[in-house]
Ligand binder design. Sequence first.
Ligand SMILES: [Zn+2]
Ligand SMILES: [Zn+2]
Length: 226
Amino acid sequence: MKCLLCQRPIRIKPSLDWLLSWRAFSRPITCEACWQKFTPIDRRTACAGCGRAQPSPELCRDCQRWPPERRFHSVSLFAYNDAMQAYFQQYKFAGDYRLRRVFAESMQTAVAQQAADCVVVIPVTPATLTTRGFNQVSGWLADGTNPLCGLQTVARTKAVPQSKKTRAQRLLLTQPFALTRPAPRIYQQHVLLVDDIYTTGRTIRHAASLLLENGAKSVTGLTLAR
Ligand SMILES: [Zn+2]
Ligand SMILES: [Zn+2]
């Protein structure tokens, strides 16, 4: 089998334990060399407010200056480095849906660890959905066995993709989301809000406020990269 990222063959040496068990063999998706290029964020020391990678666990300077809403915090799994940028280029912008498998396990494990009552995926615009053909976040969660307690989405009301805007334009945006109809069942629920990349935090904070204003007990943001 070949690495999904570099197409080189992956060699696997099944262990004796595996050979003696009847468990399904989980095949590696990428080769070791490709996987090593991604940098996991150490969640023991990441900022408790925004998930920023840092050496010690106190709130980062941004979160001290602008404290996050009490019932919201965010975690991210990997640093947005060159390898991650190249990954998003292929997966999200070139629309190679097979690449969802590279991070499906990481994301599904993280979702399961959060043990939320309800999982909400940040939506893409209908126009993007038509062009790309899929929501990149739902792609990671798609073939998971996690009991996703109602995969609810909120609908974007602005049409321009976030990545096409400058930072200043992004910051100027007003609430870009609205609840879907019928409204998701979030009342008094701990909601896990999942997105792909945490850039300024604006997107996820907007969506979190909307969920909190509509009765969610608490919201945890989860993004693949930051
Ligand atoms: Zn590879
Ligand atoms: Zn922070």
